[in-house]
Structure formats: structure tokens, C-alpha cells
Design a protein around this ligand. Structure first.
Ligand code: GDP
Ligand code: MG
Length: 226
């Protein structure tokens, strides 16, 4: 199945769009910056085409945030595995230095990028969105993730570029769950198994707030790690 990743700095509305697409409140949506530190996977479809969607943590550069470096890696991981990337920015805040950094990263790779200007709740904001041409990524889509306005046009264009991938029977894959109290080392253990920094591991208790499914292919076997 094709994979679409939503990237962008914290608080632009990535999780709001993600939740709308998967139609359940899976990712944590919060007005506090940087709440979604990890990646969340969901499944959705549009015009009969199914795809996986990844909600990534924010990208915090030049801050003293303990998560800075790890979040950075999350974006690069998304660039690696996604077939298309939604790069979300926020018309309320305008163009920020962090947006420019992400834009620089995205211009240096070949995956299709959809620049999405979020929080366009009214006509005035539609006009303000033109400043995002300065990111050098060409045309953009204006949406309001909160109401869903504009998301239809975005999805029409998005599924156009997604490759047709053969269906895999994902529900027949075995699922393994790693459980334990916060800070016991669950995420580090999974990282050691997968060999990727997919989970953010810090010594702040409760970093990984939600259960995360990871499709795992090692040693010739496919399964899901939860
Ligand atoms: P993330 O950090 O990028 O995942 O952002 P969130 O999805 O957590 O949203 C951050 C804040 O922006 C929340 O308070 C949302 O309610 C708000 N938000 C999201 N979409 C919209 C929108 O279309 N319009 C407005 N006005 N606010 C929005
Ligand atoms: Mg989020």
C-alpha cells in the first residue's frame, strides 16, 4: 500500500488532518507545541484508492528542545519511506525559519511534495497564503483541517500521484505487543529489534504516549510490532 507522510513543524495542524483522514481521534491533538513526538500510522482511502498515512512529530530545529535531534530523524525517515509527502504550514503564523528548513530538506529529494497551507478558515487568510510561494516549492493547497474545507482538492491530487501497489494481506500478519510501565525501556527494545530510530527514546517518562503499530520485516519474516 502507498504511504503518505505529513511533515511540518509542531502546531501547524498535522494531527488534525491525520485524524480527519483516518476518522478517529488516534493521534493526540493539542494546542501545546510538539505533543505528537512519535509517528502514527493510519489507513484511509479516497476515490477508491487506499493508502497509509503517517503523522510525524514536529521538526524542531535551533531550539533547545530535548527532542530536537530525534524529531529531525523522524522527518528524514518519512522522506525515506513515503511515496508522497504532505508538507504542512500554518497561515496564522506565516512563513517561519523552521518551515524554510523543512522546505530545504524537501527540495533535495525526489518524492512528490504537496505544500499545504492550513488554518485557511476564511477568504482573508486565502490571500495571506501567497507568502508561502517564497518556500520555493511552487503551488500550494489551502485547507482548514478543522472543518475539512479544501481537503477534497488536495486528496484528488494526492491519489493521482500514488503508485498502484499490490494489496498485501496485512491482517494475517502476526502481531506482537511490547507492554510495560513508562520508562521501562519498551521503545529502546523495539529500536534494537528494528534497527531504526523509529521511536523516540528519551529518559522523560511517558515519551511514547500511544500504542504504535510498526510493520516489521526482518530475518525474512513480516509481522506487526505494537
Ligand atoms: P500538529 O502539532 O502539527 O500535529 O498540530 P495539531 O493538529 O495538534 O493542531 C495544533 C493546533 O492548531 C490545535 O489547536 C488545532 O485545533 C489547531 N488547528 C488545526 N487545524 C486548524 C484549522 O484549520 N484552523 C484553525 N483555526 N486551527 C486549526
Ligand atoms: Mg501532532
Amino acid at each position: 500500500m502507498s504511504i503518505v507522510a505529513i511533515v511540518g513543524r509542531p502546531n501547524v495542524g498535522k494531527s488534525t488532518l491525520f485524524n480527519r483522514l483516518i476518522q478517529r481521534r488516534e493521534a493526540i491533538v493539542d494546542s501545546v507545541s510538539g505533543v505528537t513526538r512519535d509517528r502514527h500510522y493510519g489507513k484511509t482511502d479516497w476515490n477508491g484508492k487506499e493508502f497509509s498515512i503517517i503523522d510525524t512529530g514536529g521538526y524542531v530545529k535551533g531550539s533547545d528542545d530535548v527532542f530536537e535531534e530525534q524529531i529531525d530523524k523522524q522527518v528524514e525517515l518519512a522522506i525515506d519511506e513515503a511515496d508522497a509527502i504532505i508538507f504542512m504550514v500554518d497561515v496564522e503564523a506565516g512563513v517561519t525559519g523552521m518551515d524554510e528548513d523543512v522546505a530545504n530538506l524537501l527540495r533535495r529529494q525526489n518524492k512528490p511534495v504537496f505544500l499545504v497551507v492550513n488554518k485557511v478558515d476564511n477568504a482573508m487568510r486565502e490571500e495571506n497564503a501567497v507568502e508561502f510561494y517564497s518556500l520555493g516549492l511552487g503551488d500550494y493547497y489551502t485547507i482548514a483541517g478543522i472543518s475539512g474545507s479544501g481537503t477534497g482538492d488536495l486528496l484528488d491530487a494526492l491519489v493521482e500521484v500514488l503508485p498502484d501497489k499490490p494489496e498485501v494481506e496485512e491482517n494475517i500478519l502476526p502481531r506482537f505487543a511490547v507492554v510495560g510501565r513508562p520508562n521501562a525501556g519498551k521503545s529502546s527494545f523495539i529500536n534494537a529489534l528494528i534497527g531504526q530510530d523509529r521511536y523516540i527514546v528519551t529518559d522523560v517518562a511517558g515519551t511514547t504516549r500511544d500504542a504504535i503499530d510498526t510493520k516489521y520485516n526482518r530475518f525474512g519474516f513480516e509481522f506487526n510490532l505494537v
